[in-house]
Write a protein that binds this ligand. Structure first.
Ligand SMILES: NC(=O)N[C@@H](CC(=O)O)C(=O)O
Ligand SMILES: [Zn+2]
Ligand SMILES: [Zn+2]
Length: 435
């Protein structure tokens, strides 16, 4: 089975044909069309399109097992393929919690059965994500799922001794702790960012320092232990400063930002529409600016969606009772184009770095986020950089509808996604494993 992708521009640079044979990039450029194997290849006209490595999401909630009314591995995988992703890391805040070899292997199998993206389960740090006692990290690491990323996401590993032990444990097998940085005492009852808007609306605030204090502590613990830390969904200007200082000192820390924190501010809470409720909360204009600069300069390593589907009964209720979280997989690339590419902060090489290469490296993948070059696995996304589209949650492959970008016109459109040479999404339709 071979495919010849003609006229597309790898990394938005010079157009170059790409020949894919048996799931591998066989040739790029003049060699591709000249290759005898190109003769009976399916030809895909990619003139005017940008070709990037398939995107990798280090932070996705697929909700299975337990909340199949909000999302399943199958529907979340379809959303991912449509968004240009070829691999996602699934957070363990499921029911049961993914804190054993059995559950992570179940999620792995469901991902393989769907076959639209590689699904890599993240293991919980503590049993039931309760923050009391370490889960069997090594058992998950040596399971078929080969877990390398551990997180209690949704909650912070706030006990410093447990955090220290977790960092020590994963060091042995080259794992990483992905921390949801939220000091629980400083955020009790919090409903949104603590600032002018929360004061005006009379909602309990989630102060920036509750995030920054945990990141600072964890960077120091990481240095002390000689381990590796990843910070989930960085949301404040102060957090960017803390991570920058730690990196300067040599701390082995990486950080992610979500598309929604790159675009939206706490002003959105004005109408009390819970679609804008998320953890960490939307912050201020100054924070948004600092996050964009942090991503452009490499203080923040990657964009991760924190795709957090919620069933309508959990989201379409009063602000105080609504579950926090937003959809992200089908809008992430366009939001990054709007906030980082159209603003001149990142070029397409930069997009490939923050959305494919660096997330794969942080997650320990060697077969994703690879260069577009002969001999590499054919994980690719073709996108139309000129197109724009209007976000309609009802059209999403996701089972949930909680997009904060509803009705917005966003730039850049995924035209096709290839996982090891097989088309997984094309013209807005996700294609099953058999196609
Ligand atoms: N981001 C959120 O607001 N919610 C996430 C949990 C999390 O990422 O902290 C969820 O699982 O719904
Ligand atoms: Zn989180
Ligand atoms: Zn999350």
């Amino acid at each position: 089975m071979s495919v010849l992708i003609t006229g597309g521009a790898p990394y938005g640079e010079q157009p170059a044909d790409i020949l894919v044979v048996d799931g591998v990039i066989a040739a790029v450029g003049a060699d591709a069309a000249a290759d005898p194997r190109a003769r009976d290849a399916e030809v895909v006209d990619a003139a005017g399109l940008v070709v990037l490595p398939g995107l990798v999401d280090l932070h996705t909630h697929l909700r299975e097992p337990g909340r199949e009314d909000a999302e399943t591995v199958a529907t979340g995988s379809a959303a991912a393929a449509l968004g240009g992703y070829t691999a996602v890391f699934a957070m363990p805040n499921t029911d049961p919690t993914a804190d054993t070899a059995g559950v992570v292997e179940q999620v792995l199998r469901l991902g393989e059965q769907t076959g639209l993206v590689d699904v890599h389960p993240i293991g919980a740090v503590t049993v039931g994500r309760k923050g009391q006692k370490l889960a069997e990290l090594a058992a998950m690491a040596t399971s078929a799922a080969r877990v390398r990323v551990f997180s209690d996401d949704g909650d912070c590993v706030s006990d410093p001794l447990l955090m220290r032990r977790a960092l020590e444990y994963v060091k042995a097998f080259g794992g990483v702790i992905a921390q949801h940085a939220q000091e629980p005492r400083l955020t009790q009852g919090a409903q949104m960012h603590e600032g002018e808007v929360s004061a005006r609306l009379g909602l309990t605030g989630w102060p920036a320092v509750a995030e920054e204090a945990i990141i600072a502590r964890d960077c120091l613990l990481t240095d002390h232990v000689g381990s590796r830390l990843h910070v989930c969904h960085l949301s404040t200007a102060g957090s960017v400063e803390v991570v920058a200082a730690a990196k300067k000192r040599g701390t082995n820390v990486t950080a992610e930002v979500t598309p929604h924190h790159l675009l939206l501010t706490d002003e959105r809470a004005q109408g009390y529409d819970p679609v804008f409720k998320v953890n960490p909360p939307l912050r201020t204009e100054a924070d948004v600016r600092a996050l964009r600069t942090g991503l452009a300069t490499g203080v923040i390593d990657i964009v991760a969606t924190d795709h957090a589907p919620h069933a309508s009964q959990d989201k379409e209720t009063e602000w105080d009772n609504a579950s926090p979280g937003m959809l992200g997989l089908q809008t992430a690339l366009s939001v990054v184009i709007a906030t980082m590419v159209r603003t001149g902060l990142l070029d397409w090489r930069g997009v490939a770095r923050v959305m494919a290469e660096a997330p794969a490296r942080i997650g320990g993948l060697t077969d994703q986020g690879r260069p577009i070059a002969a001999g590499e696995p054919a994980n690719l996304v073709l996108l139309d950089p000129q197109a724009s589209w209007t976000v309609r949650g009802a059209d999403f492959a996701s089972l949930s509808r909680n997009t904060p970008f509803e009705g917005m016109e966003l730039p850049g459109r995924v035209v096709a996604t290839y996982l090891r040479g097989r088309r997984t999404a094309s013209a807005g339709v996700a294609l099953g494993a058999e196609s």
